[in-house]
Design a protein around this ligand. Sequence first.
Ligand SMILES: [Zn+2]
Length: 123
Amino acid sequence: MTSTQEFKVSLRKDDVVQVLSGRDKGKIGKVLSINLKSGAVTVEKINLVKRHMKPSQTNPQGGILEKEIPLSYAKVLLFCDTCKRGVRHGKKLEKSAGKKKGEAAKASRIRFCKRCKNGLGAA
Ligand SMILES: [Zn+2]
C-alpha cells in the first residue's frame, strides 16, 4: 500500500450520473469534480447541506448557503440516455475506418452501456 494510490474512477467532470443510495437516491446530476485520492465525486445539487452564514461585510444580509458535499464514486452510476437510468459501463476499443483508401484505421477507447450497448462517450 502506498499513499499515492489513486482510485480508478472512470467518471469525468460533466458526466451525468444517478445516485444509488442515501438521501438523494434516484436523483440525477452533473459531476462537478472528482477527487481521485479519496474516490469522492461532487455532483450538482446532490448531497446538499445548508450553511447558515453570519452577516459579514461581503454579505451583509447573512443567510443560508447551500453547498454540495462529495460522495463516494461507488454510490453513483453513469446515466444512460437510452436506458433512462444509471448503468454499469464498460470500455472498449472502437475502430473507425480511415477516411482515405489505404489509411490505417484508428482505434479510440470509448465507454459503453453494459445494458443497451450504446456508446457513452470517449473513455
Ligand atoms: Zn443503456
